[in-house]
Design a protein around this ligand. Structure first.
Ligand SMILES: [Zn+2]
Length: 161
C-alpha cells in the first residue's frame, strides 16, 4: 500500500500531516506503532490505558488537533492508535483528529485552539470535558478505555452520593 500522507508546514499551527491520496470513511490513514512508553502524561503523549502513556513512532505525533476532525482513533493489536478516516478526505486536506479521542484529561494546551472549525471548543480539552452529544458523535472513533473510565467515574460518583 502506498503511504497516503506527508509532513508539511501550515501557516498558523507549525507542521501538520496532509493527505497525498483520497481516503474514504473507515480507511486506515496511518498505522500506529508504539515508539516508547512514558512515565507520565505530556503534550505529545498518547494515553493507551488508565495510567499508561506512550509516544507513537513516526509521524502520528505530528497530527494536529481539530474540534471537527476528519479522523479518529482505533486501537490496534499492539495497543497503539491507528488513525482512521471518519469521512472522505481529499488530497491535500490536513489529517486531524480530536485529542480528546485518546486522552481522558488534557492540561497541556493553555493557549486557544487553532483548529478554526465552526464548532471549535476554543480550548483543547480531554474526553472527560466533552458533552454527551460529542461523545456520541465520536462513538467508534475514540479509545475504548475512555468509555471504561467514564463508567468507573460514574460508579464512584454514585457511591460518593
Ligand atoms: Zn478547535
Amino acid at each position: 500500500m502506498r503511504i497516503g500522507y506527508d509532513l508539511r508546514d501550515t501557516y498558523e499551527k507549525g507542521s501538520g500531516i496532509f493527505a497525498t491520496k483520497t481516503f474514504t470513511k473507515g480507511d486506515r490513514v496511518m498505522i500506529g506503532v508504539i515508539g516508547r512508553e512514558l512515565k507520565e502524561n505530556h503534550s505529545h503523549a498518547s494515553q493507551i490505558a488508565e495510567n499508561k502513556y506512550i509516544l507513537h513512532a513516526g509521524l502520528i505525533s505530528k497530527i494536529n488537533h481539530s474540534c471537527n476532525p476528519n479522523c479518529g482513533i482505533k486501537v490496534n493489536d499492539t495497543e497503539a492508535h491507528d488513525i482512521v478516516a471518519r469521512r472522505t478526505i481529499e488530497i491535500d486536506e490536513e489529517i486531524t483528529f480530536d485529542y480528546s479521542m485518546r486522552n481522558y484529561e488534557i492540561k497541556f494546551f493553555p493557549k486557544k485552539c487553532m483548529c478554526g472549525s465552526d464548532n471549535c471548543r476554543n480550548k483543547i480539552t480531554g474526553w472527560k470535558d466533552l458533552s454527551n452529544e460529542k461523545k456520541n458523535e465520536y462513538k467508534g472513533f475514540a479509545a475504548p478505555y475512555l468509555l471504561e473510565l467514564d463508567k468507573k467515574r460514574l460508579k464512584t460518583a454514585v457511591l460518593v452520593k
